[in-house]
Design a protein around this ligand. Structure first.
Ligand code: PHE
Length: 498
């Protein structure tokens, strides 16, 4: 017999881990910006519609699938139909690809943690970010060597991931008790600081003033779905992997609801932190709020540092708090991603967690150094775009159709209902079969057309072909190889199937 599957310490540990994976950098730099540029307060309408019609139904699907089948994505899909194991490996491969580039942001954060002590960015934070920290080259064709301090940041990140994952999910249970509440607490500290600064209210007003006329633009609705998807860590196998460590009798539906609401609540809350600071910055610089508003790396590594330098006192402390927040927000998303990938090797070949963590880190670390070379920023940007806009969308679409039509979905729903205090009605099946696939197809086609017509980010085609489609398709090939490799015979017997 194979050993019993590892389990979470408690239901709370599972929910914490799921929240830890969902709440990440996406909540702090992506949500506030998307919300403000898509109708402010009015954006909450499509956002919550997306949460309830796609986010939560899919979260229940993924956690429930892992829990019921007691396996990570590769073998879980393989159990639905044998050839779908290939699809499962592809999904898990996306999570491997994400963690390899996601760690880049953590590497930047480590160096900024250091620079925050002296606010080394001075009064030119943008030049500092691109030229001093990233030493960015002219374009993706000019790669150059990895940049020393960023290599150290990368190494620290991977070392931490290894240390956390080597003891399996039991140690994850403990780590998330710190990495989930800590950034929330630090965000609260930043919020109090932000709200008590002059001009804060202008920022908040900017963030929330509803512009209902924007709701007639269908692109806003697509943005809401895209944001929900990325933010809840859907379609990457993460939630399937985490669900698989729940006991056979565990409850899923309510945990998924709690995870979804906690994640979106954190996003909403982070918006207050970000916009109160932006309001202050605009006030100091004597400009309007939109003139200081940026998203993505620009917000975390350019605009926020500027605001930190402008604070009346304790600048170094608030700088450190901000970058520790980013690090603790990101690290639990990172190890969840790695776990989602490696769990397939444990399921299929019985590889020990320590060995999995070690081998993965030893392979992934050198690959991730591509993203901290001088041209790395461009590759980071391309891979991120393709994984989020194509990889995850295709995966989510396929996942809904597979479970909706090939997996006796009514029986699955009754199974989930038996164990939960929250009962799922027919709406859940409708959401999986029609609503979510419909919306995701539109998103996919819209993105594809845009890509074909205008390309992305002004990059040359060869770069997006290699970095973008290459990354997404490479996992199709590697997934095929992993699928075809025979399962260890003791694992076949233990589970009585192949
Ligand atoms: N949800 C994470 C965030 O908001 C990102 C993530 C995406 C993590 C997909 C895992 C899987 O930052």
């Amino acid at each position: 017999m194979a050993e019993a599957r590892e389990q979470w310490h408690s239901r709370a540990a599972f929910i914490m881990a799921a929240v830890g994976s969902a709440v990440g950098l996406g909540n702090v730099w992506r949500f506030p910006y998307v919300a403000y540029s898509s109708g402010g307060g009015a954006f909450l309408i499509p956002y919550f519609v997306a949460l309830f019609t796609a986010g939560i139904p899919l979260l229940i699907l993924e956690m429930g699938l892992g829990q019921r089948l007691q396996r990570g994505a590769p073998l879980a899909f393989g159990a639905i139909r044998k050839p779908l194991q290939w699809f499962g490996w592809w999904v898990a491969g996306l999570s491997a690809a994400i963690v390899i580039y996601y760690t880049t942001i953590l590497a930047w954060s480590w160096t900024y943690l250091w620079h925050a002590l002296t606010q080394a960015w001075g009064d030119q934070p943008e030049t500092f970010f691109f030229e001093t920290v990233l030493r960015r080259s002219e374009g993706p064709g000019e790669i150059g060597w990895p940049v020393g301090p960023l290599v150290i940041g990368m190494a620290l990140t991977w070392l931490l991931i290894y240390l956390i994952l080597r003891k399996g999910v039991r140690s994850v249970s403990k780590v998330v008790m710190v990495t989930v509440p800590l950034p929330m607490l630090l965000l609260a500290v930043l919020l109090v600081r932000g709200l008590t600064l002059p001009g804060a209210i202008d920022g908040i007003r900017y963030y929330l003033t509803p512009d209902f006329s924007m709701l007639t633009d269908w692109r806003i609705w697509l943005k809401a779905y895209g944001q929900i998807f990325f933010s809840l860590s859907l379609a990457s196998g993460v939630m399937i992997g985490y669900g698989s460590y729940l006991g056979k009798k565990a409850e899923v539906t309510n945990s998924a609801l709690i995870t979804g609401l906690a994640n979106c609540g954190t996003s909403f809350f982070a918006g207050f932190v970000v916009f109160s600071m932006l309001g202050y910055l605009a006030n100091v610089q004597g400009v309007a709020v939109p003139d200081v508003t940026t998203s993505g790396s620009g917000l975390a590594f350019v605009t926020f540092p500027t605001a930190i330098s402008q604070l009346p006192a304790l600048n170094a402390l608030f700088g450190v708090i901000f970058f520790v927040t980013l690090l603790t927000l990101g690290i639990d998303s990172a190890f969840a991603l790695q776990e989602a990938f490696t769990t397939g090797f444990h399921d299929k070949w019985g590889v020990h967690p320590e060995k999995l963590a070690r081998v993965f880190v030893l392979i992934a670390f050198p690959i991730s150094l591509i993203f901290v070379t001088r041209g790395g920023y461009f590759w980071f940007d391309i891979v991120d775009k393709w994984i989020c806009d194509f990889g995850l969308v295709i995966s989510g679409l396929a996942q809904c159709l597979i479970v909706g039509f090939l997996y006796r979905v009514r029986e699955f729903r009754d199974y989930l209902n038996e164990q939960s205090e929250v009962r799922l009605g027919n709406w859940w099946i409708w959401a999986l079969r029609y609503v979510t696939p419909g919306v995701l197809s539109v998103i996919l086609v819209a993105n594809l057309l845009e890509e074909i017509k205008v390309g992305y980010g002004g990059y040359p085609r060869w770069a997006t072909l290699i970095g973008g489609w290459g990354t997404v398709l490479l996992w199709g090939v590697l997934g095929f190889v992993l699928w075809r490799r025979p399962q260890n015979s003791d694992r076949v017997n233990a589970r009585g199937e192949d």
